[in-house]
Ligand binder design. Structure first.
Ligand SMILES: *Cc1c(COP(=O)(O)O)cnc(C)c1O
Length: 355
């Protein structure tokens, strides 16, 4: 870790506290942990284990490989793969007790007659995965296609849950209720993080939040009810004085208008520090914002510390943390907090604070 240009601190206690808050906001049924994208970039194994120790018994990942990587850490929990089983992958699902999310008639056919657990995914507006309207019509005509499948849940996924006033939310809720009514009875799984905050009508037998566990605001435009989970600290590798008129970084996109002090920190876009922050991002030193100047480079980012005489080589700048959330960095970079977190590179050592 001494050699690293930055360190990512992950507060497992805050993740568990966030899960408990979501549990309290979803009285209709249990709350799963969605830990796809390697636990939204923070490490699916430690995150899943912390949630499991807190009592979480349902988990979702995107890929079979992601499920295999954490199966042993959450021994008695349901572990489901959102992406659906690819042909030939069935034996791995069976051997490791992993639950597929079936999203097409073809996938249903591959699972029929096995008596194995599965989740049925209905598309109510995302047009990505899940049975579309045409396939649903076929299935409603002939529900026997599901025989020999232990349907644990029927699920769908909200398109714009973070926009509480979007009529699509209610539209999807109705389409989902109609589709479920035509199928053999089974528990239902509906809300993602933001869906939990849409109110009781969006409750179901299993909520599936991911982002909110990791501190991303599920209610944009309103105060964030979740705790911050990550602290990304970058080491100051060098500090130099430059004269007025000197440029900083590739393509000389920033020029000093006064004699200036420039600090170079050891985190760049190869660590997931978005290059879109060039010339517009900031870091924090002792709680004060320090302007990012010039281009973000692969391994380095430069700051104007003329007004911060205490910044010195070997010191640290806060890139993410109490003063700057992933959502705030995302707003500056023109993306969302999900992408800021899942971009954090594995070369950043992760330090876990125990739950
Ligand atoms: C990613 C995902 C979730 C979790 O969504 P968040 O917005 O991160 O809470 C839930 N369900 C499905 C199908 C997903 O793909």
């Amino acid at each position: 870790m001494e050699a690293a240009g930055g360190v990512l601190h992950v507060d497992l206690g805050a993740i568990v506290a966030n899960w408990r808050l979501l549990v309290s906001r979803h009285p209709a049924g249990p709350v799963a942990g969605v830990v796809k994208g390697d636990g939204y970039g923070l490490g699916a194994g430690p995150v899943a284990r912390a949630l499991y120790d807190a009592g979480c018994r349902h988990f979702f990942v995107a890929l079979l490989d992601e499920a295999l990587a954490i199966r042993d850490r959450i021994p008695n929990a349901m572990l489901a793969v959102l992406g659906g089983p690819t042909p030939g992958s069935e034996p791995a699902y069976i051997a490791h007790r992993i639950v597929p999310v079936l999203g097409s008639l073809r996938e249903i056919e591959a699972w029929a007659g096995t008596d194995l657990p599965a989740i049925l995914h209905i598309d109510t507006g995302m047009s990505r995965l899940g049975l579309d309207a045409r396939e649903m019509a076929v299935l409603l005509q002939d529900p026997a296609r599901l025989s020999g499948i232990d349907v644990r849940y029927i699920m769908t996924h909200l398109v714009s849950a973070e926009a509480a006033n979007d009529p699509l939310n209610e539209h999807q809720r109705q389409r989902f209720a109609e589709a479920c009514a035509g199928l053999p009875p089974a528990p239902r799984s509906f809300a993602n993080s933001s869906g939990i905050f849409l109110g009781e009508k969006f409750g179901s037998d299993l909520a599936r939040p991911g982002a909110a566990l990791f501190g991303i605001n599920p209610t944009p435009g309103q105060p964030n009810p979740m705790r911050q989970v990550v602290r990304l600290m970058a080491r100051v590798l060098a500090v130099r004085d430059i004269p007025a008129g000197a440029s900083v970084g590739y393509n000389a996109t920033w020029r000093a208008t006064r004699p200036s002090r420039i600090a170079t920190a050891g985190v760049g876009y190869a660590d997931g520090w978005d290059r879109g922050l060039s010339g517009r991002g900031r870091a924090f030193f002792d709680g004060a914002p320090v302007p990012l100047v010039g281009r973000v480079s692969m391994d380095l980012t430069t700051f104007d510390v003329t007004d911060f005489p205490a910044v010195a080589p070997g010191g640290w700048l806060e890139f993410l943390g109490a003063h700057q959330s992933p959502d705030e960095v995302a707003a500056l970079a023109g993306t969302n907090g999900y992408e800021i977190l899942t971009s954090l590179a594995l070369r950043l050592p992760r330090v876990y604070e125990a739950a």
